[in-house]
Design a protein around this ligand. Structure first.
Ligand code: AMP
Ligand code: MG
Length: 330
């Protein structure tokens, strides 16, 4: 009897040891191309780490199918196709959420952030093979269509319409941030306490590094992709940058970039080269980085304060100014 008991104890210990060993945490990573950008995910997890990364990839692609204006069956394409015809287009809860936030930031930024800017983005088409500066007449004609107030959201019925024919929306400035939040939520549900996510230069630091220290996130120099303005030490924060160096063309010494000031119809012109927003909500930080890039530092302060975000403003001389409690290690 004693022998049987001893054997059972040994067996239990052996099984527990094998389980503990096989569920030992390690780093899992995935590189994905989606949302027209490179995405890398790195998580610390037990043996289900691969499955969790697959879930993340599926969620990214699912949201891309709702949000992309270049996918015909997306919610956004459907809304755009019905612009001006009076139809309320039924859309997903996620689309309602991202549109509601985008419209709120439109109001709070006094129209600097406006997802109905899409027809102007298309007119400028700065990433075309042979981009050109449109005529002022073309710009003014299309500018007349840009108006965030014309996004009519019926959240009770989960449906949306655009008031005028020719209007279009695109979520280029907010979708990546929203998707980042969805990934963070998914990881937390799976009890992941250490992860670093990078969606086309937008970073989310979940928890801490596996050794318990803060994540270190580099902020790229607008002048040289191999150089850093500095490094931030963060935990549970999104670090999201808008800049004039990602998508642009040069003509006669002027840089025509992809962030359009809806008030002028032209790429925003101030001395800024980039704005990095640091906050806990990725969607908010994404909208704000674009808005603050257009508004400039002084007008951005109330907006950043309202949403509890910090920011780094980098000008054309590579001088940096900060709003909020930012420590950028050089
Ligand atoms: P981001 O890199 O987050 O600043 O987003 C820039 C993208 O948002 C551009 O490539 C455009 O598709 C779109 N966009 C440009 N100007 C604006 C604007 N004023 N408001 C909202 N979205 C914009
Ligand atoms: Mg943005």
């Amino acid at each position: 009897m004693k022998k049987t008991l001893a054997a059972a104890v040994i067996l239990t210990i052996a099984v527990a040891a094998v389980c503990a060993f096989s569920n030992r945490e390690r780093t899992y990573s995935a590189d994905i191309f989606a949302l027209d950008t490179y995405i890398s995910l790195q998580i610390r997890a037990g043996k289900n780490g691969g499955d969790i990364l697959d879930e993340c990839e599926n969620r990214i692609k699912e949201l891309e199918r709702l949000f992309s204006h270049t996918i015909d069956e997306s919610d956004i394409s459907k809304i755009n196709r019905h612009a001006g015809d009076g139809t309320f287009v039924p859309v997903s809860r996620e689309t309602i959420e991202v549109l509601t936030l985008s419209k709120e930031i439109y109001t709070e930024s006094d129209g600097a952030f406006d997802i109905t800017v899409a027809p102007l983005v298309n007119l400028w088409n700065v990433t075309a093979e042979n981009p050109r500066v449109p005529s002022d007449g073309e710009i003014q004609n299309i500018k007349a269509l840009i108006c965030g107030d014309d996004i009519i959201i019926d959240s009770a019925a989960n449906s949306v319409r655009l008031r005028k024919s020719g209007q279009q929306i695109s979520l280029g400035a907010s979708a990546k941030g929203y998707i980042t939040d969805e990934l963070i939520r998914l990881l937390k549900e799976r009890r992941i306490t250490s992860a670093i996510l990078n969606l086309g230069g937008n970073t989310a630091a979940v928890g801490t590094k596996p050794d318990g220290s803060l994540w270190r996130v580099g902020v790229q120099s607008p002048d040289d992709s191999a150089e850093l303005l500095g490094v931030l030490s963060v935990s549970d924060k999104c670090v999201i940058t808008s800049g004039d160096y990602e998508r642009y063309f040069m003509q006669n010494g002027t840089r025509y970039h992809h962030i359009i000031d809806p008030k002028t119809g032209y790429p925003s012109q101030n001395s800024l080269r980039s704005v990095t927003v640091i906050g806990t909500n990725g969607a908010v930080a994404d909208c704000l980085s674009t808005a603050c890039f257009i508004l400039g530092k002084d007008k951005s302060v109330p907006l950043l304060e309202k949403y509890g975000c910090c920011a780094i403003f980098c000008d054309s001389d590579m001088n940096t100014e900060y709003v909020g409690d930012v420590v950028l290690e050089k």
